[in-house]
Design a protein around this ligand. Structure first.
Ligand code: ATP
Length: 290
């Protein structure tokens, strides 16, 4: 069984600054670090760390080879990542001495995907496999249709939130993963609370409160509390959670077991500074003895 993840691959370009730049100001940065980022990459790395077989479907542009190499190093199958002309996706992130940040995101190659190539990549999938996607690429609807034709389990992490994008793919998906803010935005757009949405399984993550799983066909709601930790940096907690959840299901665990695994991985993640590079693996979870 394999997780096919259609997702963004971004370079996070992090500049430390004494204060966030004002309009018109030229400001020297005191340090610069480049990280692998993007929701897609984060989820692929998380699923691979959870011991799933992961094929990433995506694109990089000019100078993006190091990100593909990094994903390969982290155990992700990168054969379906294409290189397109133009710039790779990247985020220019300024962080000041108080930890405040400002982020400028350029989608670049992530939104230059060819739907035909995605269908081609999914042609190797079977009904035993999972298809995961988010909202930082183009061609989500076409890809979900191709995955649906193959009978795959289809999971959509509706972030960054776009009400039209969610409604467009809702008839095709088996599971929707949202955070609390996104769930409220979806309710505002559709007039439907999670238990009334036409998707079989809905998981709403609630930060330090854990998550709620709505099994809509049975009319049941199950709460999974978060594990108490001292958070250092919550960036990437949601991506780690979703990657682990999908990996667990793909590996044949029950929904409840997969949610428990995802909750443990996300709890460790919030105690670490960084994103893709520091996503915990199964050994870290075992050692944590939650
Ligand atoms: P992000 O955008 O920061 O990646 P998100 O908003 O998508 O996150 P959250 O709901 O904040 O997602 O968190 C996802 C999961 O991570 C939660 O369901 C929970 O299991 C875990 N988590 C988040 N914050 C904490 C915390 N402070 N302590 C323990 N676990 C946490």
């Amino acid at each position: 069984m394999t997780v096919f993840n259609l997702g963004s691959i971004n370079a996070d370009l992090v500049y430390r600054v004494p204060h966030l730049p004002e309009p018109g100001e030229t400001l020297a940065s005191t340090s610069f670090t480049r990280f692998l980022g993007g929701k897609g990459s984060n989820m692929s790395v998380a699923a691979a760390r959870a011991a799933a077989r992961v094929v990433h479907i995506g694109a990089v542009g000019h100078g993006g080879d190091w990100m593909v190499d990094r994903l390969t190093e982290y155990g992700v199958d990168t054969r379906e990542i294409v290189t397109v002309s133009g710039e790779s996706g990247h985020a220019v992130i300024a962080v000041d001495d108080h930890g405040e940040n400002s982020i400028l995101l350029f989608h670049g190659a992530n939104t230059c995907l060819d739907p035909e190539e995605i269908s081609g990549a999914l042609a190797q999938a079977t009904a035993e496999d999972s298809f995961l996607f988010q909202n930082e690429t183009n061609a989500q609807r076409e890809a979900a249709e191709a995955a649906s034709l193959r009978g795959m389990r289809i999971i959509y992490a509706a972030a960054p939130f776009d009400a039209d994008a969610v409604q467009d793919v809702m008839p095709l998906i088996d599971m929707l993963v949202l955070n609390e803010v996104e769930a409220a935005q979806l309710e505002e757009a559709t007039g439907l609370s999670p238990e009334n949405l036409p998707v079989k399984d809905i998981v709403v993550t609630l930060g330090s409160k854990g998550c709620r799983w709505y099994e809509t066909d049975k009319g049941e709601q199950i709460d999974v509390p978060a594990i108490q930790v001292d958070p250092v940096d919550t960036t990437g907690a949601g991506d780690t959670f979703t990657g682990y959840l999908v990996a667990g299901l793909d590996r044949g665990f029950s929904m409840r077991q997969s949610l428990d695994l995802a909750t443990k991985a996300a709890a460790i993640m919030v105690t670490r500074q960084g994103t893709a590079d520091v996503i915990p693996d199964l050994k870290d979870i075992e050692d944590a003895r939650f």
